[in-house]
Design a protein around this ligand. Structure first.
Ligand SMILES: Cc1ncc(COP(=O)(O)O)c(C=O)c1O
Length: 405
C-alpha cells in the first residue's frame, strides 16, 4: 500500500497560507501586564451591550423561531434595505436592496470575492502596504500581487496606471481601502478617488472598495466612497457592522450594481455557510433602525477614538527619538510609524519583553518589501495606557537603535 507524503495531503493552496502575526499575537496579549497596540480591536467598553441584550429579547418576542431558522442567502430584507439606504446617502447614487448581499463579516466577503475571481497565479493589484486579512484571503486562491505605491494621501493614481499599463496579464481586480486604511490610517485624497475609478474603467478591471472604517472620521468630514462615481467596469463595495457596533456579530455587506457578480456571490456563499447568522442580522437591523440612537453611538466612538489618537500622537512626539516618523490619521483605529534603519520584527522581540506589542509592518507588504514600519492600534487602549505603552516602546526603540547604529 502506498501512502501520501504528509505534505501532499493538503491542497497546494495551503502552502501559501501565512499565519496571521496578528491572530498569533492576540494569544500573548491576553496577559494583563501586556499593553497591546497589536490587534485591530474596537473598544469593548463602547459596545452597546445593554441595548443589544434588550434588542435580542425584543427580536425573540417579535420574530420568534424565524430569527433562529435557516434564512435566505442574500440576507434579511430589512437589513439589505438599510444598507442600500445608508450607501445611497453616502454615495449619492441610488441603491436598492437588490444590489446588496449580507455576508458573515467582510473578511468572508473578501474570501468569496477571491473564490469568484482568482485562479491560481492570477494577479491582484493592491496598496503597498495593504490589509493583511485581504492578502491572507487572496493567498488561499494562490494570487500573485502587483503592489501599488501609496503616499500620505493614499494610493498614487500614476502608480496604479503604470502598474496596469505594464501588467501582463492584467490583474483580476484592484483592492483598495480608501478611508483610514488598515494598516496606515491614511485617507485617499478626494481628487484621487475619481482618478482611480477612471483608471480601472479604462483598463476594465473590477475595483473592490473595502470601506470598513468609513464612519470613523474624527473631523466631521464624510468622504465619498469610490462607488459614488459611475463606471462601466464593476465597483464592488464592502462595508461592515464590526466597527459600527461589534465584530462578534459577524454582520457585513457587499454592494454592487453588477448583478452577475452578485448572483455568483450568492452561489459562493451558499457553498460556504448558506447565510449569515439570522439572529445577528435581526439584532443589527433593529439597532440601526433607531437612527438617532445609532448616530449618537457612532459619535461616541469617534469622540473616544479621537482622544486616543491624540494621546498616542502626543506620546510618540514626546517619547520617540530622532529617526522615528509617524502620522496623525483623521480617523480609523491605526497609525503607522517608521523607524529608520530598524527591523521592527527585532524591535517587537525586545518590546514584548517590556510588555508592549504592535504589529511589525512587514506583514502588510504582499512582497515583504519593507521591514522598518509598524502598525499601532489606538482604539483598544485608554489614554493612560497608551502613554505608558508608548514610553515602553520608545525605550525599546532607543535600545535597539543604539545597538544597530
Ligand atoms: C480593511 C479591513 N477589511 C476587513 C476587515 C474584516 O472585518 P470584519 O470584521 O467585517 O470581517 C478588517 C478588520 O480589521 C479590516 O481592517
Amino acid at each position: 500500500m502506498t501512502t501520501l507524503a504528509r505534505s501532499a495531503r493538503f491542497a497546494e493552496r495551503t502552502a501559501r497560507m501565512r499565519a496571521s502575526t496578528i491572530r498569533e499575537m492576540l494569544k500573548v496579549t491576553g496577559r494583563p501586564e501586556v499593553i497591546s497596540f497589536a490587534g485591530g480591536l474596537p473598544a469593548p467598553e463602547l459596545f452597546p451591550t445593554q441595548r443589544i441584550g434588550e434588542i435580542a429579547v425584543e427580536v425573540m418576542r417579535e420574530r420568534g423561531a424565524a430569527a433562529l431558522q435557516y434564512s435566505v442567502t442574500e440576507g434579511i430584507p430589512e437589513l439589505r434595505e438599510w444598507v442600500a439606504n445608508w450607501l445611497t446617502k453616502r454615495s449619492g447614487q441610488s441603491f436598492s436592496r437588490e444590489d446588496v448581499i449580507i455576508v458573515s463579516g467582510s473578511q468572508q466577503g473578501l474570501d468569496l470575492l477571491g473564490k469568484l475571481f482568482l485562479d491560481p497565479g492570477d494577479h491582484v493589484a493592491l496598496e503597498c502596504p495593504s490589509y493583511l486579512g485581504a492578502i491572507q484571503a487572496f493567498d488561499a486562491y494562490q494570487a500573485r500581487y502587483l503592489s501599488v505605491a501609496i503616499d500620505e494621501h493614499g494610493m498614487l493614481p500614476d502608480a496604479l496606471e503604470h502598474a496596469l499599463a505594464h501588467a501582463n496579464p492584467l490583474p483580476k481586480f484592484v483592492y483598495i481601502v480608501p478611508n483610514f486604511q488598515n494598516p496606515t490610517g491614511r485617507l485617499l485624497a478626494h481628487d484621487r478617488r475619481e482618478a482611480i475609478v477612471r483608471i480601472c474603467e479604462r483598463f476594465d478591471v473590477p475595483l473592490i472598495e473595502d470601506d470598513a472604517y468609513a464612519a470613523l472620521h474624527f473631523d466631521g468630514i464624510e468622504h465619498p466612497p469610490l462607488i459614488s462615481w459611475n463606471s462601466s467596469s464593476p465597483i464592488i463595495y464592502s462595508g461592515t457592522a464590526s466597527k459600527l457596533m461589534a465584530p462578534g456579530l459577524r454582520v457585513a455587506w457587499i454592494a454592487t450594481k453588477d448583478h452577475d457578480i452578485l448572483d455568483k456571490l450568492v452561489l459562493a456563499k451558499q457553498g460556504a455557510d448558506l447565510h449569515a447568522s439570522s439572529l445577528s442580522q435581526y439584532v443589527f437591523a433593529q439597532y440601526v433602525n433607531d437612527d438617532a440612537a445609532f448616530i449618537r453611538h457612532i459619535e461616541s466612538i469617534r469622540e473616544t477614538y479621537r482622544k486616543r489618537r491624540d494621546a498616542m500622537v502626543s506620546a510618540l512626539a514626546r517619547e520617540m527619538p530622532e529617526g522615528v516618523t509617524f502620522n496623525r490619521p483623521d480617523g480609523g483605529m491605526f497609525l503607522w510609524c517608521e523607524i529608520e534603519g530598524v527591523d521592527t520584527a527585532d524591535l517587537l522581540a525586545l518590546a514584548s519583553q517590556s510588555n508592549v506589542v504592535f504589529v511589525p509592518g512587514v506583514s502588510f507588504f504582499a512582497h515583504r518589501e519593507r521591514t522598518d514600519g509598524m502598525r499601532l492600534n489606538f482604539s483598544n487602549s485608554g489614554e493612560e495606557k497608551i502613554a505608558v505603552g508608548i514610553e515602553r516602546l520608545a525605550h525599546a526603540v532607543r535600545t535597539i537603535a543604539g545597538a544597530t547604529r
